[in-house]
Write a protein that binds this ligand. Structure first.
Ligand SMILES: [Zn+2]
Length: 185
């Protein structure tokens, strides 16, 4: 259990660690504020991440993403340096004057990778939701839990489509409620 109530009223749970250090963390606010069936729904969701090894999926995709970025960067760098050299901004590849260009490229890559990373994240979150419903059979408590998230965190249950596709790490609250309520054993 994590003692977070002194910092925030936010209800939170997550899986952390790899191998033998893997654990599910529930914060104390969650244990105090939620009824037992909703706590069980949260644990079911986190168990889904745990049992399906989503931490490994995240680790592997982070390594692949970083590898792809370095590969792309190594190919783009000579062109960029050449362009800046012709303008007299830098004199060679390791010239410190090229640092803003490198920082700009990294920032651009971070912003552009969000839709891909978050597509994977939403898929894994949906799988965890499915696992929770299959194991706990708590469709109504799951729906109420999501309503609670919207109320407590003032989260938009139906955010603008593009914003959601770019930055949404979880299915929307509306989608998660619909999914829970349409769940059939
Ligand atoms: Zn999750």
């Amino acid at each position: 259990m994590e003692d977070t109530s002194r910092r925030t009223a936010h209800v939170n749970a997550y899986v952390i660690g790899l191998g033998v250090s893997r654990r599910i963390v529930l914060n104390d606010t969650l244990l105090k504020e939620l009824p037992n069936d909703q706590i069980l729904a949260v644990v079911g969701h986190e168990m889904g991440h745990y049992m399906e090894g989503h931490m490994w999926v995240n680790l592997v995709s982070s390594i692949l993403g970083a590898g792809f970025f370095l590969w792309l960067f190594a190919r783009l760098l000579p062109f960029q340096v050449d362009r800046l050299r012709r303008r007299g901004v830098v004199s060679h590849t390791t010239d410190i004057a090229g640092l803003p260009m490198i920082l700009l490229t990294v920032t651009l890559f971070i912003v552009l990778q969000y839709p891909v990373v978050n597509l994977e994240s939403r898929y894994l979150e949906h799988r965890a939701d499915t696992f929770a419903l299959r194991t706990t059979h708590l469709a109504e408590a799951t729906a109420r839990l999501q309503v609670g998230f919207a109320e407590r965190d003032f989260a938009d249950p139906n955010p603008p489509r593009l914003l959601h596709l770019w930055f949404g790490t979880h299915p929307t609250i509306h989608e998660r409620i619909e999914f829970a309520l349409s769940w059939r054993e």
